[in-house]
Design a protein around this ligand. Structure first.
Ligand code: NAI
Length: 296
């Protein structure tokens, strides 16, 4: 199966951590990209964050200014859904909520042409469930990037029960064309990576709750002794506690509340306190403006 031609526009909905990164990936592959968010100014801010990150590469001589300018020309922030109508692939990266995603998919079906592929970047929600109310469920596929999307190679391509082979194969080939390493997964809760990762977070949070150690020490141990790039607390600060907690809750409920996946009260409290991690400057660690480094 051929990947999506680069002449075909791509739309990304949700310009948060994931949507902006996915827009960058699609733009770097040569597509015109429409970036939409329901929050006023968020799509422009997403494009600006791509500009800021890549300007640093230009300043270091690792990227040509002309290439950055051309990329930014291809990424168009838009304010209304109807402006996405010509996209051949729409990737949603909005809030991790079944009903809100379903409602967006219904709007997209009403708007987009029959051949438009609809993809979801959901971390944990069943692609089958997301597609259940669609008129053409065969056109929905999971295209699950990892954070930060421009740097992480893996993309899980997830087939729901109704997803057509051609749609899954096209998205698989497209991810490869975009320089990613796609893997296929069935639509089981958490798919592959988020299933494997749940106990990593859960046990770390239990150790914290039992006061066996503190977050900075555990992160350092996992990095230094375990050889991981990041410890669990740094990583969940990067992911966002709202997102990570929603994913754990979704996996927990999908497995009939199996206590192996029990969400942590520590994380629940962070969410309730609005300490969402790097995205708003405070999680397990503090992040000053512009700093990417945790400050205990
Ligand atoms: P985020 O909170 O950074 O961004 C979500 C954006 O979607 C926000 O800007 C919000 O205004 C916008 N939004 C919400 N509802 C919308 C709607 N109906 N229409 C248009 N825009 C809407 O969240 P993040 O981290 O980017 O996650 C987005 C999705 O990607 C979720 O499904 C999440 O599970 C998934 N994901 C997250 C990863 C992570 O590490 N944060 C990794 C892989 C997947």
């Amino acid at each position: 199966m051929q990947p999506l031609a680069t002449s075909v526009p791509v739309a990304v909905i949700g310009a948060g951590a994931m949507g902006s990164g996915i827009a960058q990936v699609a733009g770097q592959a040569g597509h015109q990209v429409f970036l939409l968010d329901q929050r006023e100014g968020a799509a422009e801010a997403g494009r600006q964050s791509i500009a800021n990150i890549l300007q640093r590469r230009v300043d270091k001589g690792k990227m040509e200014q002309a290439d950055l300018d051309a990329l930014l020309d291809r990424i168009k922030p838009v304010n209304e859904l109807k402006e996405l109508a010509e996209a051949g692939l729409v990737i949603e990266a909005i809030v991790e909520d079944l009903d809100i995603k379903r409602s967006l998919l219904a709007d997209l079906e009403a708007l987009c042409g029959d051949n438009t592929i609809l993809a979801t970047n959901t971390s944990s929600i069943s692609v089958t469930a997301l597609s259940a109310e669609m008129q053409h469920p065969e056109r929905l596929v999971g295209m699950h990037f990892f954070n930060p999307a421009p740097l992480m190679a893996l993309v899980e391509v997830i087939k729901g029960l109704a997803t057509s082979d051609d749609v899954a194969k096209c998205v698989y080939a497209t991810a490869g064309q975009w320089g990613k390493k796609p893997v296929t997964a069935t639509s089981t809760p958490g798919f592959i990576v988020n299933r494997v990762a749940r106990p990593f977070y859960a046990e770390s949070l239990r150790l914290l709750q039992e006061q066996t150690t503190d977050s900075a020490t555990l992160d350092a141990i996992v990095r230094e002794a375990g050889g991981f790039r990041m410890g669990p607390f740094e990583l969940t600060d990067l992911i966002g506690h709202d997102v990570n907690y929603a994913v754990t809750t979704s996996v927990f409920n999908s497995y009939y509340q199996d206590t192996r996946f029990l969400p942590s009260l520590v994380q629940k409290e962070l969410v309730e306190a609005g300490r969402l991690g790097r995205k708003n400057g405070q999680g397990f660690y503090s992040y000053t403006e512009g700093s990417q480094k945790p400050e205990p």
